[in-house]
Design a protein around this ligand. Structure first.
Ligand code: A4P
Ligand code: MG
Length: 430
């Protein structure tokens, strides 16, 4: 069941209160965080003799019953030192259950949809940001409600404030990703090549940023990734890691920079020491190289399926592993890469059922691109999801800016669609 929670605070550093509440809610067993809106600032509704509020809306997936969830949110409110005094008065933390799927509840302790939500700008606008197509039971389309709801002084909190809040969050490690695979939570990943996109992706709560050698095509304008040099990768990795505080940054070893053990070690060291990457990615089942890098303390991400650095051998950007023999080889290679010590695997352009089989067989997280819906997570090129790429859109990508009006919400909608399992759909898979 998808549930929307409204969070508000106007005491004791409200931004920190909201971030702590978000973390506390996401930690509850039976709750999976789906998405979290930007933070909004607004003058108080009710008594004006109190500080401005910070509000946000959080979407969660839960199998808790409505009253169980209410008990949980009230316990979290209490842990945050909430003292119930005057109605509509100052509070360190207020969590309202806005929507519980499409249920209408009129219980003594719980009214859903939340009784005031449809008149409140600080609820409707953040809700619209994360879920623009919602229908509110008994009230109609969110779109129409937002259109009739003046902002009343509501402002999205400046990026600086959001970044400060994000900066206080713990950086993710591969162990967090492993835990996500184990509890069945989808991992979200996007490519980035500069500080601005790195920061936006980070702020959207996306867990992994891949500084891909795809930059050869989308930044440098080449028709393949082959011309990309190690210095290009170091430069762009550095740009991203300067602003990214939370997501795990993985950087590609470009063509021919890991042809020998020595080259691989030297170049991986550059991506980590000069670029600030936490993990390096290399194409193919290069067992010895992976083992060697891992033995030096380097986290390695494997990459199988369509390998852009092998494009001249492959003879074009085609789906891989379609025939039984090729599928068997891919599965065997994936296991070899895992056994060599890799901590993650990217699977590119393979049939969905093969990707599913590989994901099940491997204990490390498998991130797909054009590999169907059953991988542990998804990665796409940032420019593809914003409709900025020239040429034909790859079948496996989707423009997430079409349904919204800001890059920040397009990124959140992408993350939400992946977490919910809505993306990729059949039409994006092979
Ligand atoms: N309750 C019934 N339905 C729900 C529901 N859907 N979600 C019952 C949560 N609780 C629900 O809530 C009172 C009782 O409502 C609970 O015991 C629960 O069983 P409360 O949180 O103890 O009391 P409250 O928060 O003081 O009252 P209320 O009416 O929930 O206040 P609101 O509506 O949350 O308003 N201005 C700005 N700009 N931004 C704000 O966030 N918030 C408030 C509080 C005032 N002004 C504000 C803001
Ligand atoms: Mg309340």
């Amino acid at each position: 069941m998808i549930v929307y929670l409204g969070l508000g605070s106007n005491l004791e550093t409200p931004i920190d209160q909201l971030h702590a509440a978000k973390a506390a809610i996401a930690k509850v067993s039976g709750i999976l965080e789906v998405t979290f809106s930007s933070l909004y600032c607004s003058p108080p509704m009710g008594s004006l003799n109190q500080p401005n509020y910070v509000n946000a809306v959080m979407a969660i997936e839960t199998d808790l019953l409505p009253l169980e969830l209410l008990a949980v949110t009230q316990a979290i409110e209490n842990e945050h030192g909430r003292v119930r005094k005057e109605r509509w008065g100052s509070r360190t933390l207020d969590i309202d259950i806005l929507l519980f799927g499409d249920e209408v509840l009129n219980l003594p302790d719980l009214i859903v949809p939340h009784y005031g939500m449809c008149e409140r700008a600080f609820v409707l606008h953040p809700l619209f940001e994360i879920s623009p197509n919602l229908i509110i039971p008994n009230h109609g389309k969110l779109n129409d409600l937002v259109a009739c709801c003046p902002l009343d002084g509501l402002e999205i909190l400046s990026d600086a404030a959001s970044y400060l809040a994000i900066a206080s969050m713990k950086p993710l490690t591969h162990l967090d990703l492993l835990a996500m695979k184990q509890r069945g939570e989808k991992i979200t990943c996007l490519t980035a090549y500069d500080a601005s996109f790195g920061a936006l992706i980070d702020a959207a709560g996306i867990e992994v940023i891949l500084v891909g050698d795809s930059l050869g095509m989308v930044i440098q304008g080449h028709s393949t990734t082959l011309p990309v040099k190690i210095n290009d990768m170091i430069y762009h990795t550095r740009c991203v890691t300067e602003t990214c505080k939370h997501a795990l940054v993985v950087s590609d070893l470009p063509f021919m920079t890991y042809a020998t053990l020595e080259l691989a070690a030297q170049n991986a060291a550059l991506l980590i020491q000069n670029g600030g990457a936490k993990m390096v990615k290399l194409e193919g089942a290069k067992v010895e190289i992976i083992e060697f890098l891992v033995a030096q303390g380097i986290s390695v991400c494997g990459h199988l399926g369509l390998l852009p650095q092998f494009i001249h051998q492959l003879g074009g950007y085609k789906v891989q592993g379609k025939k039984a023999e090729a599928a068997e080889k891919l599965l065997a290679d994936a296991l070899t890469i895992q056994n060599a010590g890799a901590t993650m695997l990217i699977l590119e352009c393979v049939p969905a059922d093969l990707a599913q089989q590989i994901t099940k067989c491997l204990t490390i997280p498998v991130i797909g691109i054009g590999a169907g819906n059953f991988c542990d997570g998804q990665v796409l090129v940032i420019y593809d999801i914003l409709g900025m790429s020239t040429g034909k859109r790859p079948r496996f990508s989707k423009n997430f800016l079409n349904d919204t009006n800001s890059i920040a919400s397009a990124l959140k909608n992408y993350a939400y669609a992946v977490k919910k399992g809505d993306f990729p759909a059949i039409e994006h898979s092979f």
